[in-house]
Design a protein around this ligand. Sequence first.
Ligand code: UTP
Length: 410
Amino acid sequence: MEISYTQALEKLKQYGQEHILRYYDELEEAGKEELLRQIAETDFSVLDSLKQKDKGVPKGKITPLGAMELTEIEADREHYYQIGMQAIRAGKVGAVLLAGGMGTRLGSDEPKGVYNIGITKEVYIFERLIVNLLEVVRQADTWIPLFVMTSDKNHDATVRFLAAHDFFGYKAEYVHFFQQEMAPAAGYDGRIYMESKSRMSTSPNGNGGWYISMKNTGVLRKAKQYGVEWLNVFAVDNVLQRIADPVFVGAVIENQCSVGSKVVRKNAPDEKVGVMCLEDGRPSIVEYYELTKELMNAKNEKGEPAYNFGVILNYLFKESALQEMLEKKLPLHVVEKKIPYMDREGNLVKPEEPNGYKFESLVLDMIHEMDSCLPFEVVRGKEFAPIKNKTGVDSVESARALLTENGVEL
Ligand code: UTP
């Protein structure tokens, strides 16, 4: 897509972003072209969501949604396992690793998956995920296609790292990378930051973009060629999670749901996880910061907390149910983050504290677009070890302790 300087200026004026062309005259030809191309490709309408940022994303009427609990799963484990295995062996299940995030809380410049969590030896986050998936591959005696979402910021480093480690034993031809889209990042004054004189600061547009990006990059077609009907989407940072878990797959298929969501019982009413619910009668997730005191303390007919099952970003979507998503726009979340930017002297600054907004769509908002969802309980200590921070809650330290408890040598 090409536009002229005048067209670019016109586009920027609509959003009060003319400063983006401030250094245009100083740039070499290549820099000029780069900047005009970026302006042409950028969707500035994300800035409109700043006007509503304090209102949050509107919610409908929230009511409880029960989960399939451990005892119920245990009673039918073998049955679900067989159904799930059958689907996996028939090539109907694909795995989608969401690895496009910037992992700013962890504070490493590398993609999160290349982080070494080992103590006496090297143990990488990507490695733990692949080893877990390989267990199912071995049981099924079939390769499961693995689609890896990266972003402009970490694509090359991710591909290079996995190739250098021989995909930790995964067969390379079953690993397909695709890049998500980027969104501009703005300061608190709503002006888009510059990363250099010829580039606006951008950040990945949130993990909700995975399906559209699979479609736009052509990997969805590849998935269909394998015969994939179910996509197990999972986060890069839960090093204990089971991927393409046959029991989970079987339970979702058997219950004829459009999506399944792995959930854990909350460890405290105010734990910072999104919880499963119904919103205006459709499945949905309330984020922890949207959970009112009233909902937090509500009880179900068994006298247990009514909103007690937290999501762990491991969902199994029926692909055919997602196609309608392509026509819909997911809500945009305005998130405060640390955004690297170029200062007035032309130096790149990496702030220590959040200095502006990123615009993200979230996979959890896709749940509300589905007509039915099976929340599927898993044992927290066995399947939930997220790494968000270096120390403290959900950190390298806490994940190491959980991995050790599960017999993983570090
Ligand atoms: P997080 O919100 O924890 O990831 O995303 P983040 O943005 O990388 O981390 P912080 O907040 O900056 O520390 C959960 C999952 O979604 C993926 C992440 O890679 C992680 O697996 N994700 C997030 C994407 O794939 N793309 C995005 O744009 C954002």
